[in-house]
Design a protein around this ligand. Structure first.
Ligand SMILES: Cc1cc2nc3c(=O)[nH]c(=O)nc-3n(C[C@H](O)[C@H](O)[C@H](O)COP(=O)(O)OP(=O)(O)OC[C@H]3O[C@@H](n4cnc5c(N)ncnc54)[C@H](O)[C@@H]3O)c2cc1C
Length: 424
């Protein structure tokens, strides 16, 4: 699907997005929608032509795609709302499994609580989607859009210039953009080229991810269980024709010390299922099957300032979270929506002249708009990981009392549920 650019001169675009997985693809589609809306409403002095948007992605959507792989993720209610506004969720909703209730517990202790959609007047707290299937839909939508998609193509070089960035792709194509958006994930090549620092917290945990089958239906419950070795999450998934309706498919994310993760990833099926049953208990019935197991080292890394000259970082390129609270893409989407709002505001508040999309004012407005949400999400996640992996008794008592309080005092649940659902 690579856009043909045969000239030896660089292709000039307004915005170039490097990385076309969840963050980059949703941003590209959001920008195409914004451009169409602005073209219909603004004077030609402000927007003389539709925005020229380029998306560069190294991998085609298939099973080996690093961003659209076998993982399932939970998309919070607030994110579904934003994706609907961007016109993206209607294309994805047939892939979603609703989370109607969340059960949170602390293994071996008395603390547990539930978050439920109904008392909040909602149908669902969020939706679970399989990234590989989402990737196919998003790429189909991109092909139909006004975005110039370069895929498979890698950015191998970039030069910061006064009026923008000059990107060189591995097929020799060059692009010049006013604003560069890095959505190229945890090991961002853009960040490395621009020598921008990140701060890292290593939790010394690895996540084992797999689809598991239980002998009881999920009835739209998701589970988060804190164990001594690390948190374990089960997300309800759509059934597959080969799964009887009396059974359920869940996506498992199990954070473990690296050596234990390695051992369980390679254990035979019976051994793995027995260990899982022991760690999780019988709340979802009996674990009867497990699919392919993959592992991800878990760190928290973030850029203190996710901006540079004419450059903005979004999604995992700006911050990579521990999946404990399922907030990675939810936070990345808030980056995307934050950037779209800054750009929309720049156009609608300046009706006289053409806008410089990479101007220092726009880049700094983005930084200011994202600061508080990023800081509080990152702090909350570090607190959760450390607080729930610790066996120091005052902490154990504190978190168990906290979980109990949540179940005894339902009004307290609302802010917790709202945070979990991506409302801020
Ligand atoms: C086990 C696990 C469970 C998770 N569960 C949840 C959850 O329940 N809810 C949630 O919200 N989040 C969850 N997350 C986090 C979520 O998956 C990520 O935050 C999100 O998918 C990141 O998307 P991204 O587009 O920012 O980055 P990535 O997915 O890393 O994509 C980066 C893209 O950039 C491309 N790229 C890289 N370099 C170049 C280059 N030089 N040129 C061109 N392209 C390039 C790559 O090919 C890739 O497609 C989970 C993560 C893990 C590991």
């Amino acid at each position: 699907m690579t856009t043909a650019h045969t000239s030896t001169e660089p292709l000039v675009v307004d915005i170039a997005i490097v990385g076309g997985a969840m963050a980059g693809a949703t941003l590209a589609l959001g920008l195409a929608k914004l451009s169409a809306t602005l073209s219909a409403t603004l004077s030609s002095a402000t927007l003389a032509r539709p925005l020229r948007i380029a998306l560069i992605e190294a991998h085609v959507a298939n099973n080996n795609h690093p961003g659209f792989d076998a993982r399932s993720i939970a998309i919070a209610h607030g994110s579904i709302f934003e994706l609907t506004r961007l016109g993206i969720w209607p294309k994805l909703q047939h892939l979603g499994t609703a989370i109607e209730n969340i059960h949170v517990s602390d293994r071996g202790h008395f603390g547990m609580t539930e978050l439920n959609a109904k008392p909040l007047g909602l149908d669902a707290l969020g939706q679970v989607v399989e990234l590989a299937r989402v990737g196919n839909v998003l790429f189909d939508e991109l092909q139909k859009s006004s975005v110039s998609v370069f895929c498979p193509a890698k950015v191998t070089d970039l030069q910061a210039q006064t009026d923008g960035h000059l990107l060189t792709l591995d097929n020799g194509t060059q692009l010049h953009c006013q604003l560069l958006v890095a959505a190229d994930g945890a090991n961002s090549v853009v960040r490395q080229h621009l020598q921008q620092p990140t701060e890292q917290v290593n939790f010394d945990q690895t996540a084992v991810v797999a689809n598991v089958i239980t002998d009881q239906p999920h009835q739209h419950w998701a589970y988060e269980r804190f164990t001594q070795t690390g948190p374990l999450a089960l997300l309800p998934m759509t059934s597959v024709p080969s799964t009887p309706s009396t059974q359920a498919r869940y996506s498992l994310v199990w954070a473990l010390p690296p050596a234990k993760a390695d051992e369980l990833k390679n254990a035979d099926k019976a051994e793995f299922l027995a260990a899982l049953q022991q760690a999780f208990g019988h709340r979802v019935g009996r674990f009867i099957d497990v699919g392919q197991r993959v592992s991800y080292p878990l760190t928290l890394s973030y850029m203190p300032r996710p901006i540079y000259h004419r450059c903005i970082f979004v999604g995992n390129a700006a911050q990579t979270l521990h999946p404990i609270a399922g907030q990675g893409f939810n936070l990345g989407l808030r980056d995307v929506v934050g950037l779209l709002k800054v750009l929309e505001h720049a156009f609608s508040s300046n009706t006289a002249t053409e806008i410089d999309l990479g101007s220092s004012a726009i880049v700094h407005q983005y930084l200011a708009a994202r600061q508080a949400d990023r800081d509080s999400t990152l702090n909350n996640i570090e607190f959760l990981v450390r607080g729930f992996s610790n066996q120091y008794w005052p902490l154990v008592a504190g978190r168990n009392i906290g979980l109990r309080l949540l179940s005894w005092l339902p009004p307290l649940k609302r802010p917790v549920a709202q945070t979990a659902m991506g409302w801020r």
